[in-house]
Design a protein around this ligand. Structure first.
Ligand SMILES: [Zn+2]
Length: 223
């Protein structure tokens, strides 16, 4: 396993810390080939097939980036700032991470789009509701000690009458005793496969869809 800094690691770290106002702390970034990715995922309880197409993987303070996909480093380091499925609903965390990475990228080598459904919901629904851009919300979530509570409060404030405690429950990170895509680690795939774990994410979409249905009238009300 190669022990060298990941692609633009120092530059990305400085940029993220500056934009989000948090310290990333210790990060060990490892560049691995496909076999290395399968091995490290295997050590965390994943099967060999699970590693197919995975370009980024996180385990504790370790970040693993596929050698052919240096562009995922920025996305993975944004997770390290505190926008991740250990702290917030995975659908929302991946979408916001992508939206932040898009804003922080300065050249095409630094980022490629992943999680299209998630990022579309963030950009077309959530950010307009809150009247914020991705970096403003990213900063709030990264700095929050309780992201589900913080985000539920913001959403309820933007749409009076929303059941804030129900929203808070929907925004909670996946629980360790439930089957979960992110049970042991966070993964970035370029094009997520439809599989059992994706249905977990889809459940979150459907639950949060109630919120998306509220938005048109809210936006009309604002205009
Ligand atoms: Zn991710």
């Amino acid at each position: 396993m190669t022990q060298r800094p990941c692609y633009k690691q120092a530059e990305f770290t400085a940029r993220i810390q500056q934009a989000l106002g948090v310290d990333l702390g210790a990060v060990s970034c490892h560049i691995v080939d496909e076999d290395g990715m399968a091995r490290v995922m295997g050590s965390a309880g994943w099967g060999r097939n699970d590693a197919n197409g995975v370009v980024g993987f996180q385990l504790g303070q370790n970040v693993y980036v596929l050698d052919g996909a240096p562009w995922t480093t920025l996305h993975e380091l944004v997770h390290r700032a505190g926008i991740n499925a250990d702290r917030l609903n995975r659908f929302v965390a991946e979408g916001l991470t992508e939206a932040v990475a898009e804003r922080l990228r300065k050249s095409p080598d630094e980022h490629r789009p992943t999680y299209p459904r998630e990022v579309a919901w963030i950009k077309q629904r959530l950010l307009p509701l809150l009247g914020m851009d991705a970096l403003q919300l990213g900063r709030i979530i990264a700095q929050s000690s309780d992201p589900p509570r913080t985000l539920a409060a913001l959403m309820a404030k933007a749409k009076p009458g929303t059941d804030e405690s129900a929203l808070r429950a929907q925004l909670a990170p996946q629980k360790p005793d439930e089957p979960s895509f992110n049970r042991l680690a966070r993964i970035t795939r370029p094009y997520p496969k439809v599989q059992r774990d994706d249905r977990v994410a889809l459940g979150a979409v459907l639950t949060l869809a109630g919120m998306t249905l509220l938005l048109p009238s809210l936006l009309r009300g604002r205009a």
